[in-house]
Design a protein. Sequence first.
Lengths: 462, 122
Amino acid sequence: MEYNIAMTESTNKILNDFLLKDLKDEEICFAIWYPTDGKTRFTVLLQEVILPKNGDRVRHGNVSALPQYVDRVKEYARVKGGGVAMIHTHPSGNGFQGVSGPDLHYEQDILSREIFGITGLPLVGVTLAGDGVWSARIYPPKLFKIQWCSAVRIVGKNITIQFNPKIMPAPKPNEKQIRTTSVWGNEKQSDIMRLKVGIIGSGSVGSAVGEILVRMGIGDVLLMDYDIVKIHNLDRMNNVTVEDVGKRKIDVIERNLKKSTTNDKFVCKKSTNSVVENDGYKEALDYDIIFSCVDRPWPRQVLNHISYACLIPVIDGGITFKIEKGKLIHGMYRAQTVGPERACMSCLGAVDLGQVQMDRDGMFDDPEYIKNQEKVNGPSRQNIMPFVFALAGLETIQFSELVTNIGRNGDLGQQSYNYYTGEIIPKHQSCLEGCDYAKKIAFGDTQKPFLDVDKSRLRELE
Amino acid sequence: MNEIKHDFGVFLKENGFSYESIPDGNIFIYKISEYKIPSGRYAGKVVGIGIPMPPDFPSVAPYGLHVKSNGVFTEPIAAGDKQSILGADWKFWSRSVNNWVDPQNHNCQYYFDHVNRWLEVS
């Protein structure tokens, strides 16, 4: 099992502002965390910071939390159903920090059992170096032996991942990536190469997004799709030919990505699960960023949920054509990144929560339903390759800004291309008042979305 | 499976309806055997309705309506209309709720207003 920590940019700021205010002595505080348990990765989501009150700790070069403070935090965590993270600083430290003998003894041999006994969740130890770099460890039950987290993920307008160099050492950008590296530098390229990116949906947009990502050097990609290549996919899927008809989309796309990658250690995982089912949901949680390349409302609703509750930014997009009596009335593609400190898909109008249950009932891909609907409304799902590539480009530009911040913008907003005016218009907004997703930030598996059998997947497999 | 936390049953009781709650896969159908249509051209007619509540209502809106027409309606034709699981005399009307984007609309009354509108205009 791999261990990670994640927090929002707001939480990171609260912690940095408090912990690094005075660098003379070490400083300490606690946080309540919630778990999100992927297939191979367990992530600790720091949800709420509990700062010390006067008399709660003693700073003497090092720092000690007094029993009243520890007891208050334990009780609060128990009431909230969360775990406890103990956070302290190494003010003169730079980069990834190890743990000293006395600290390890206190965390591993004393506090870890006590905290688990009260909260049912393992103790998490976190260290912040004077330069703002995080390192973290966890003490899973039974053995209560230290396990180092491989990365700390900070999510908001940007995503910053601080990797544990012992578990995930920085790869060297190579000659194939020289033009890319010249834009954002070796350090950022090295971070990009260690990102784990999930692509949910390996159809037209998913295949193009995958192609762009592997050429950028992404080293670990998940392809999730249960569908096979059909004849009507050939006008839009990247590098897919008539010989691929009948093959699984994920196999065809994996073949293409392996040919196109610029990362010598490229790993591609494939899944025929659906993200709305438990197995697919857990697989998605193993990734740092997810591309939503699905066109049904239920998977998009689940991905929207993941972006807030599990702190995994989701980059989403869509293509719309409106044709009436053979004439184009409207043509548009748009891309948005959702997650904490951004508006969600529902509030942006990118998923209709009035249609999710219809999708759960299996109606969206029901051939009979589609036929009846087209009798009334005319052909549906119109799409063209230029829009597919343009959308994949726009989504991966959103990705580039999210991970590099080279535009010093972070959030490009919802970007919509209008076919008539030829403009890409950005829209910046927050979630609407009362939005459910904004209330779920960092609550992880305690706020799991509704998951069930995907009837569309079952129909496809028959 | 437990009944949804946001208790649609309470809403129905508060509004004077008696109902049966019938599990159907991932949802509960709130079946009202005698429902008097409140307005429109069928005002006063009594039909049966079954309201399918998703487990994560009100975040997700219900989809469609089960209807026992009692001869009141000519059969509505919409893509997705089909036989209901509630019985031979029942049909499932495929209908989506509009503007569930706004969280202020995530409540029982907003959905119920849609039900009445579907019955009025069928």
